[in-house]
Ligand binder design. Structure first.
Ligand SMILES: C/C(=C\Cc1cc(O)c2ccccc2c1O)CCC[C@H](C)CCC[C@H](C)CCCC(C)C
Ligand SMILES: C[S@@+](CC[C@H](N)C(=O)[O-])C[C@H]1O[C@@H](n2cnc3c(N)ncnc32)[C@H](O)[C@@H]1O
Length: 259
C-alpha cells in the first residue's frame, strides 16, 4: 500500500469488531453477505426500481460519468451484482473497449449474464463476468482505465483493503467512482433515510420474504463511512485526490478518487 506519511492510519469504525464465524450474527461476515446477495438476486433489480422509483438508474449514470470511462477503455465494475453499471460502462467504452464485471455472488452474476444475452445491444459483447473477491482482485497492477463500484464498498468486510485494491489495479491518473448510500452528518437527512428504510423498504421487502436482508441495509449504513471519512480512506490508500458528492437529496453519495 502506498505510504501516506502526512496521513495517520487509524482504525475504521465498525470494521474492527471480531467476527466469530460460529457465532456470526446475520450478515456480519463475508459468507453471510455472499449468501444474502445470492438470496435477493432474483428480485434485486425489481425492488431497486420500485423502492427508488427508478431514481437509482440516474444515480448509477452519474457514477459512470464520474468514472471518466471513455471509448476504447479497459474498465472494471467492482461488486457488479446484476450488472447495471457494467452495462452503462459497456455503452461508454463501446465495441473497442472492454468491461469486466466482478462479484462474489454466483446468483447475481447469473442474472447479469442472462440480462446480457437477452439485451440486443452489440456493445454488450465487450462485457466479461468474473467471480471473485473485491478484497483480492485477480488483476495486475495499473490494469484499468476506470473503476465503478455501485453499492459495493459498504458491503465488503474490509473497506480499507477494497480501496487499496482499487488503487493497485488502476492506471495512474485514472479514477474510481464509488456510489453508495450517504451516511449523512445532517441529522434530518439521516432520520428521513432511516424512516424510509424502516417504513417503506423493509415492509415491501417483507412481502418478498426478505425482511432481514433489507433490515441489513440500515445497519450497514450505520457502520459505513461518512463522505469525509471516505475521502480520507482514499487518500490513505494512496489516491492523489478524492471528493465525495452528495446526491439524491443527500440520501446517496458518490466518491470520486483519482490515482
Ligand atoms: C440501488 C439501491 C440500493 C442497492 C442495494 C444496496 C444494498 O447494500 C442492499 C443490501 C441489502 C439488500 C438490498 C440492497 C440494495 O438493494 C438504492 C435504491 C434502492 C433502495 C433499496 C431504496 C432506498 C430508498 C431510499 C432510502 C429513499 C429513496 C427516495 C427516492 C427519491 C424515491
Ligand atoms: C448492493 S449489490 C450492488 C450491485 C450493483 N453494483 C448495483 O449497483 O446494483 C452489492 C454487490 O456486492 C457484492 N459483494 C459484496 N462483497 C463483495 C466482495 N467482497 N467481493 C465481491 N463482491 C462483493 C455482492 O455480491 C452484491 O452483488
Amino acid at each position: 500500500m502506498a505510504a501516506s506519511s502526512h496521513l495517520s492510519l487509524r482504525p475504521l469504525p465498525g470494521q474492527n469488531r471480531p467476527i466469530f464465524r460460529s457465532k456470526c450474527r446475520p450478515v456480519r461476515c463475508a459468507d453471510d453477505r455472499q449468501a444474502l446477495f445470492n438470496r435477493i438476486a432474483p428480485v434485486y433489480d425489481n425492488l431497486n426500481d420500485m423502492l427508488s422509483l427508478g431514481q437509482h438508474r440516474i444515480w448509477k449514470r452519474m457514477a459512470v460519468s464520474w468514472s471518466g470511462a471513455k471509448e476504447g477503455d479497459n474498465v472494471l465494475d467492482l461488486c457488479c451484482g446484476s450488472g447495471d453499471l457494467a452495462f452503462l460502462l459497456s455503452e461508454k467504452v463501446g465495441p473497442n473497449g472492454k468491461v469486466i464485471g466482478l462479484d462474489f455472488s454466483k446468483k447475481q452474476l447469473e442474472v447479469a449474464s442472462t440480462r446480457q444475452h437477452i439485451r440486443s445491444k452489440a456493445c454488450y459483447n465487450n462485457i466479461k463476468w468474473v467471480e471473485g473477491s473485491a478484497l483480492d482482485l485477480p488483476f495486475s497492477d495499473c490494469y484499468f482505465d476506470a473503476i465503478t463500484m455501485g453499492y459495493g464498498l459498504r458491503n465488503v468486510i474490509d473497506f480499507r483493503k477494497a480501496m487499496e485494491e482499487m488503487y493497485r489495479v488502476l492506471k495512474p491518473g485514472s479514477k474510481a467512482s464509488v456510489l453508495d448510500f450517504n451516511k449523512s452528518t445532517d441529522i434530518l437527512t439521516a432520520l428521513i433515510q432511516e424512516w424510509m428504510i424502516d417504513n417503506v423498504v423493509v415492509p415491501v421487502a417483507t412481502g418478498y420474504g426478505l425482511t432481514d436482508e433489507y433490515k441489513y441495509l440500515k445497519s450497514s449504513i450505520q457502520q459505513y463511512l461518512t463522505g469525509k471519512d471516505l475521502e480520507q480512506l482514499a487518500l490513505e490508500a494512496g489516491f492523489a485526490n478524492a471528493k465525495h458528492f452528495e446526491i439524491g437529496v443527500g440520501l446517496m453519495g458518490n466518491l470520486v478518487a483519482t490515482r
